[in-house]
Design a protein around this ligand. Structure first.
Ligand SMILES: Nc1nc2c(ncn2[C@@H]2O[C@H](COP(=O)(O)OP(=O)(O)OP(=O)(O)O)[C@@H](O)[C@H]2O)c(=O)[nH]1
Ligand SMILES: [Mg+2]
Length: 243
């Protein structure tokens, strides 16, 4: 029996902790306002033959290092490399919520998109084409109501398929304009040489082009002194390439 790690990511107030509590039997703080989960919580659940370590991350609108919460969520996904990143979306504001899903998919294809509050969406007459979204994103997409306990088994089956590698993701790749793509292409070999194959080189190159010093600091901290010098070269190149 294997144990897989599932990280719960998503915008604030999308029901991550409600789902986390339902699956793990724990009692993480929930409520109808944003920013309740401030410390990453861990709990365990079982589905069929496997045990899962669930990790409830703070809610974030992006992984762009705008706040300590975003850095914590980003660092967890990049450095802890969960077997599955579960992106919990609010069915009633999908457009805004999908932004974070796209960012996660730039980092990892080992993801499941879970559209929560489907009860509320139905009440409002919002019709969601799950198949089309799944096709575009290239990862499993399921609709649930964590509070109403709807769709949970199907969600767990999808988590299992990604965790075991049965599902082969083809995550949507965002193509940027020529200038940015050229910068990424120039940086990727340097990033790969510096951080190795373990980390998502394209995403790191993109963040460096954006001048993300916080990511650089985290990379340094996780990789030890040996790579600091090279990382700085990469960063200055990236930041110069941007201007
Ligand atoms: N109608 C409905 N409400 C839900 C559902 N799931 C969660 N909620 C409600 O949404 C609110 C936010 O839920 P939380 O679980 O605290 O959300 P969170 O994503 O952990 O929020 P942060 O920790 O702030 O990021 C609570 O009032 C929940 O009761 C659902 O499926 N349907
Ligand atoms: Mg929470």
């Amino acid at each position: 029996m294997s144990r897989y790690t599932v990280a719960f990511a998503g915008n604030p107030n999308t029901g991550k902790s409600t789902l986390f509590n339902l699956l793990t039997g724990m009692r993480q703080h929930t409520g109808n306002w944003a920013g309740k989960t401030v410390v990453t919580a861990e709990g365990q659940f079982t589905h069929k033959d496997h045990t899962y370590l669930a990790v409830d991350l703070p809610g974030t609108y992006s992984l762009y290092s705008n706040s300590a919460d975003e850095e914590a969520a980003r660092d967890y996904i990049i450095f802890e490399q969960p077997d599955v990143t579960l992106v919990v979306l609010d069915a009633t504001s999908l457009e805004r919520n999908l932004n974070l899903a796209l960012q996660v998919l730039e980092i990892t294809g080992r993801a499941v998109v879970c559209i929560n509050l489907i009860d509320e969406a139905r009440r409002l007459g919002i019709d969601i084409n799950l198949k089309r979204i799944a096709k575009r994103l290239g990862v499993p997409v399921t609709a649930i109501s964590a509070r109403g306990r709807i769709g949970i088994d199907e969600l767990l089956d999808q988590i299992e398929r990604v965790a075991t590698g049965e599902f082969r993701a083809e995550p949507l790749k965002i193509t940027y304009n020529d200038e940015i793509e050229q910068g990424i292409a120039e940086l990727i070999p340097m990033v790969e040489q510096t951080v190795g194959a373990r980390y998502p080189a394209r995403w790191i190159a993109l963040r460096l082009l954006d001048g993300d010093h916080s990511l650089l600091a985290s990379l340094k901290a996780h990789m030890g002194r040996k790579d600091i010098h090279v990382s700085e070269e990469v960063a200055s190149h990236g930041i110069t390439a941007c201007h």
